[in-house]
Ligand binder design. Structure first.
Ligand code: GLU
Length: 502
């Protein structure tokens, strides 16, 4: 068994080990990301292990959601997905081995006895800890109990000498020590023969040859016990790196119940996030390069990422429920918008294509005959967009005629100047007469017409913007008109007369 468990550690092997009991959330995805980064940085192996031993709460949908989420984020795994339940016999074997070697013992205490102990501890106002009364049962006593068919659990025999200390070097928190006397003789095998999670998790890490356990700080409570298990099995423990938790701005733990969909990865996918923008944002929840830089490409982040730079203090996910503008942490939106605006166009296009396809706005010609126009249009409109959804909503007027009119824009830009009934068709016909329909000639039409009519250019410009795009915001008007094209512009200016208040 030892040879099975004590794997050579000549290559970094890390794992993401989610329990498939719900959604892939920000905290879990960040754990996956840090493991993935560490594997890629070290030319190591990233393993995906589904910890499905809680049969009642584990679901297939959750497994699918986790796999789908990781794939979308681009966090590809090299081995797995392994299922923890496949290894249950090995976990039981480990418990038996500990029993044989004397590192564990059978405990025959009944539920009632334990309850009594708990109550006595409560009365003394001390934390309950199993008092170890079965630790030293004589072999004869154990045999008799077994002959009598008494149920038992297997407990780990924690060293009780006053000097005994369990210690490990955490890559983030430094040296962590716990006195043996403060650790209960914990159960590793239930009376129905099922192993406890703490055992399964440690044995799986040994079986998978894991060199670094990178997980949330909530795992820290288990670690001393797991170090005891490793040592008793004659296995070198992995290196541990516990990451701080991410809390909301009121210092509450993130949860779907309190915060809703905003903590799930699926939400960002639906809202039009670029997967790497989200990864970059998540990377900074608990880690910093130590310098000013916050935007990192995949390669850059892989290069600079280091376990020793994971922060010890909890990170804050700055989300205020109920604020419609900030539907997630504004920093996450800022990251997404910045990537959309600045990433190489050829890398953005596949995402935009997917978005337009979903919205029924994609035309094959965008990749052939109209390619140049398409690239120019995307480059023009992306500057103000926050998410990929903007390409099909706010960008609809560039690809289709059935865009919506924003009421307040109509009111403001078409509803105040009745003479627009005359101006818009005249502008349309002057546009129509242009031989070269481009920024400068378009601008010239607006400028000269505004002078001729002694009307402020701004009035014409704002009206035309709303007539052509339905809104009051967007790129520079003349460039916008050029990419939308003469025919559409002329039609829309004429049609908008209906919207002008009389
Ligand atoms: N299955 C555990 C969880 O989802 C993983 C703990 C670990 O990484 O060791 O919290």
């Amino acid at each position: 068994m030892n040879s099975d468990l004590n794997k050579p550690k000549n290559q970094v092997r890390v794992r993401f080990a989610p329990s498939p009991t719900g959604y892939l959330h920000l905290g879990g995805a960040r754990t996956a990301l840090y493991n993935w980064l560490w594997a890629r940085k070290s030319n190591g192996v990233f393993i995906l292990r589904i910890e499905d031993t809680d049969v009642e709460r584990s679901t297939k949908e959750s497994v699918q959601e986790i796999l789908g989420g990781l794939t979308w984020l681009g966090l590809s795994w090299d081995e797995g997905p392994y299922l923890q339940t496949d290894n249950l016999p090995k976990h039981v074997e480990a418990a038996q081995k500990l029993l044989v070697s004397g590192h564990a013992y059978r405990c025959f205490c009944t539920r009632e006895e334990l309850e009594e102990q708990r109550k006595a501890a409560e009365a003394r106002k001390v934390a309950f800890m199993y008092d170890g009364r079965c630790r030293d049962l004589s072999p004869e006593m154990v045999d008799e109990n077994l002959r009598n068919g008494m149920p038992y659990v297997i407990r780990f025999r924690v060293p009780r000498e006053t000097s005994s200390v369990v210690a490990f070097e955490d890559a983030v928190y430094g040296r962590v020590e716990k006195k043996g006397q403060d650790i209960e003789d914990f159960v590793i095998l239930r009376s129905d023969g099922r192993p406890l999670y703490i055992l399964s998790n440690a044995v799986d890490d040994a079986l998978d040859g894991i060199t670094h356990v990178i997980r949330g700080a909530d795992g820290l409570a288990n670690t001393p016990k797991q170090v005891l298990i490793y040592k008793a099995l004659g296995i070198d423990p992995p290196i541990f790196a516990h990451m701080p938790l991410t809390l909301d701005n009121r210092k509450a733990k993130l949860s779907k119940r309190t915060h809703g969909e905003v903590v799930t990865i699926a939400y960002y996918r639906e809202k039009g996030f670029l997967p790497w923008a989200l990864c970059n944002f998540m990377a900074l929840l608990g880690w910093s390069s130590g310098g000013e830089q916050e935007f990192f490409s995949r390669d850059e982040l892989t290069e600079v990422f280091d376990l020793s730079k994971i922060n010890r203090s909890n990170s804050i996910f700055n989300y205020v429920p109920g604020d419609p503008r900030n539907w997630t942490d504004p920093k996450a939106i800022h990251f997404n918008a910045t990537y959309i605006r600045t990433m190489p166009l050829e890398e953005l296009i596949p995402f935009v294509k997917h978005e337009l396809q979903e919205a029924g706005l994609w035309r094959g010609s965008f990749e052939n005959g109209e390619k140049e126009w398409f690239l120019r249009t995307i480059d023009l409109i992306r500057a103000r967009f926050l998410t990929l959804k903007d390409f099909s909503f706010r960008g609809r007027c560039y690809f289709a005629d059935d865009f919506e009119f924003d009421e307040s824009a109509v009111k403001k830009n078409l509803g105040k100047e009745p003479r627009l009934r005359e101006f818009l068709p005249e502008l349309a016909s002057r546009m129509d007469r242009l031989e070269r329909f481009e920024v400068h000639s378009i601008e010239e039409v607006f400028r000269s017409y505004s002078e001729e009519k002694s009307v402020k250019a701004g009035i014409l410009i704002n009206a035309a913007r709303t007539a052509v795009s339905g809104t009051s915001v967007g790129p520079g008007l003349f460039e916008m008109l050029e990419v939308i094209g003469k025919e559409k512009v002329v039609n829309r200016l004429n049609k908008a007369v209906e919207l002008v208040a009389s």
